[in-house]
Design a protein around this ligand. Structure first.
Ligand SMILES: Cc1cc2nc3c(=O)[nH]c(=O)nc-3n(C[C@H](O)[C@H](O)[C@H](O)COP(=O)(O)OP(=O)(O)OC[C@H]3O[C@@H](n4cnc5c(N)ncnc54)[C@H](O)[C@@H]3O)c2cc1C
Length: 474
């Protein structure tokens, strides 16, 4: 099957096989639709792909690595992908946050144990995180479908829709402050903006509630499970087929684009009225990321040995340092000490590295489209917190924003969020609408992270786009 087979008798064509494209395809196939997914790259999965090309036996996630959102997402839970063999693995310490060499904050699965490390902030951490962690299913549902607000979404919003520094005023302990600011920095928005703290509280609550697991064998396993489910329902994924024009696709009732707004314009822009095309055109992308992968001879020699057990590490220093770094990035300036998000994936899933060796990876937030090489400074920063780190490196690879975008056109300028997740752009994504997955063209729909509810591996844009298709055309 190729994109030029015009008479395939399909009900829907999905362009792009990221988690959202695949969830949309499976949802339509479950409803009895005949679906084909066309993917430009040679392997399906989008930012879920993994590779073993650095050194034999070392598996790295090319994009997403930690999966609290997949665990808490109604779309993924309803699909029950464990039936396709998907498994997750994690440690009891989802997250470590070094503040200074030898001094760190640890987020443990257990809320009370974590809070016990936060001195005067213990009761507040237990109260707020405990409340939302205990209701992680409801919180996942609330965030996943924000156009149908639930009491949990309202409670989460009322607690944390504020800019992060406002929330930090309530915290006194440097460990809880650093941890929360690092969690909030996953928004990849200047932390002085509203709703950034909400990201921090939600991710913290998920870390306590479901953990921050990795997919056993690599995130690719999630994509593979989705593809297996789709194929079992009669659907197909065709790789190596970059779509450039909606008119050249096989005939189908619906075309669902799991693409960036920029690519959507390229593919179907001539079908959109100027107002909608302008909304896509105006969409702002977030900061970029600069990614590194290391095959290590032995575990990272953290000065603070407590970090050895952490699944993920936020190397960001104090709350003030995290806020300053994210502010610089938002202003288009490379921070002196960029915020680093590191994954000790093989600590959670030993199948990712040969025995005794370690697959270690991570990324820094950098300005959109940044084109410099910061590999040296990233390693120097890790070395400062883990003396002897460099001696353990067997092989390394760097991905700057341009390399990431070449690998996946949705990562415009190296931005991994499908569009800046500022509060206005989270509400109007890609425009203010009760059905943001529909376009003015009755045949064309948008399903990527550039629509509500936004970035992350949770499949909800795909699920909601497919439901919109079924409601309108089914
Ligand atoms: C480095 C990195 C780290 C991340 N870390 C995490 C994390 O730890 N946890 C988390 O939850 N999220 C994380 N994310 C974000 C998450 O991966 C994305 O939000 C999610 O993958 C978005 O899914 P999507 O289906 O919208 O798009 P994508 O996953 O980007 O997939 C889009 C697919 O469409 C294809 N495509 C685009 N245009 C065309 C075309 N014209 N023709 C054919 N195919 C096309 C692309 O090749 C790609 O395969 C990370 C992302 C990156 C890049």
């Amino acid at each position: 099957m190729t994109t030029s087979d015009r008479d395939l008798d399909l009900d829907a064509v999905v362009v792009g096989s990221g988690p959202n494209g695949l969830v949309a395809a499976v949802t339509l196939a479950e409803a009895g639709w005949k679906v084909a997914v066309f993917e430009g790259q040679q392997t399906p999965g989008g930012a879920l792909r993994s590779h073993e090309s650095l050194l034999p036996g070392f598996v790295f996630d090319s994009g997403a690595s930690n999966h609290p959102m997949a665990m808490a997402s109604p779309a993924f839970r309803e699909l029950g992908l464990e039936r396709e063999g998907l498994r997750f693995a994690q440690t009891d310490v989802p997250l470590g946050h070094p503040i200074a060499p030898g001094r760190s904050a640890l987020l443990r699965r257990d809320v009370a144990e974590t809070a016990a490390g936060f001195g005067r902030d213990a009761a507040l951490w237990r109260g707020v995180m405990g409340r939302f962690a205990g209701r992680w299913r409801q919180v996942g549902r609330a965030i996943g479908d924000p156009l149908h607000p639930t009491p949990d979404l309202i409670a989460l919003g009322a607690t944390s829709v504020w800019p992060t520094p406002w929330i930090l005023r309530a915290l006194r302990d440097e460990r809880s402050r650093a941890l929360l600011s690092g969690l909030a920095a996953h928004s990849i928005v200047d932390l002085r903006q509203p709703a950034t703290a909400l990201v921090g509280v939600a991710l913290g609550a998920f870390a306590h509630g479901v953990g921050w697991p990795v997919a056993v064998g690599g995130s690719q396993s999630i994509a593979d499970a989705l593809v297996a489910r789709l194929e079992s329902l009669g659907g197909a994924v065709v790789t190596g087929e970059r779509v450039t024009d909606v008119e050249a696709l096989p005939h189908a009732r619906a075309v669902i684009l799991d693409t960036s707004p920029r690519e959507a314009l390229r593919i179907a822009g001539h079908r959109f009225p100027a107002r909608y095309a302008n909304a896509l055109h105006r969409m702002r992308y977030g900061a970029g990321v600069y990614k590194m992968e290391w095959a290590l001879d032995a575990p990272v020699p953290w000065a603070d040995e407590g970090l050895a057990d952490a699944g993920f590490i936020h190397l960001g220093g104090t709350a003030e340092q995290v806020i300053a770094a994210e502010r610089d990035v938002a202003r288009g300036r490379l921070p002196d000490e960029p915020f680093l998000l590191l994954s000790q994936a093989s600590r959670m899933d030993p199948s990712r590295a040969p025995e005794g060796k370690v697959a270690f990876s991570g990324y820094a937030h950098v300005p959109f489209g940044y084109d410099g090489d910061i590999s040296e400074s990233i390693e120097a920063r890790i070395e400062a917190f883990a003396p002897g780190f460099r001696e353990r490196v067997l092989a390394r690879r760097s991905w700057d924003p341009a390399a990431l975008e070449a690998y996946n056109p949705n990562l415009v300028g190296g931005a991994i969020d499908g569009g800046l997740s500022s509060l206005p752009q989270l509400l109007a994504r890609p425009r203010l609408s009760l059905t943001p997955w529909a376009t003015p063209d009755p045949q064309v729909f948008l399903a990527s992270a550039s629509t509500l509810p936004g970035p992350g591996v949770h499949g909800m844009p795909g699920r909601l786009a497919a439901r919109t298709v079924l409601a309108r055309l089914g």
